[in-house]
Design a binder for this molecule. Sequence first.
Ligand code: UDP
Length: 342
Amino acid sequence: MRVLVTGGAGFIGSHLVEALLGRGDEVWVIDDLSTGRRENIAHLESNPQFHWCWGTVLDKKLVTETVAKCDLVFHLAAAVGVSYVIKRPLKSLITNIRGAEVVLEAASAEGKKVVLFSSSEVYGKGNCVPFKESDDRVLGPTAVSRWSYATGKAVDEFLALAYWLEKSLPTVVVRCFNSCGPRQTGDYGMVVPRFVTQALLGEPISVYGDGQQSRCFSYVGDVVRGVLLLAEHQGAVGEVFNIGTDEEITIERLAFKIKEITGSSSPVVHVPYEEAYASGFEDMKRRVPDLSKIGALVGYSPSISLDKLLVLTVNDICQRLDIAPPRGLPVVESSSALVGCS
Ligand code: UDP
């Protein structure tokens, strides 16, 4: 197949591109490197099946021309990360809403299927876990920037579903729950690479709030595998799917686990939310996906535990920091670890 991956130089995008090339597809990437990194795809650039376009999804001409060359579109290009979105709410809204509109419009004109990446953020601060795709969303006031990201992603979902309903454009929506793994950076707020980097450098591990908020951290290779299964399944069209893992952990427990795995002497410290983000910041207390819908349709279930995911992340960050992995770090078999990524 010929496939366009918008945001293909980003963390999830680059793993998806690798998997597509691995199965013999020809792949085009559009990325403006706002949060993506050229080094994520540098190792792919010599592959004749790989085509790299530096540009933004707001560029209608570029998107239209590239969509015309492809059979399938994965739309990942977006402003990501709580910290990034709070600092740049306007850019985030424009990139996320207008960008999706440009991609869907171009795909509709050419009749090309779109798999749209959304986020578990759309559930907001609802407390009824696990979250099912059909659950109500609970969002805070418009004065709190965090909710603009959740709203923007929900608008993207509405657009994708409306294109299917009104224009018969095949679209599939995936809601990612805290995807993690090699190549993710902590620059935009993501907690796992932040804690691992802090632990490896002997800096305080910064737990925001009381640390009793919980998340489920999923391995990017599992996410890619699930998304590829959905992209191929006719029954996924016009539907929304959670993807990730339902192994839940509090952020404080995560901090101590990372401290232990890395053998770090870093203290675990608590930082008030107002200091970490902005006054009035609202966090989600728990976020756990119900994975029964994707499991029933394509047989998806996560294959990598949090412990293995952390080992892979520690190894990756050691490489990037150019330091030796901590002594005693468990070995994770690459064959099982790279499910979906080769
Ligand atoms: N968090 C933290 N310390 C950090 C970064 C994040 O305690 O240095 C917390 C954050 O407040 C949230 C959780 O970790 O409760 C997950 O944050 P992340 O930004 O990775 O993802 P989110 O689930 O909030 O989108």
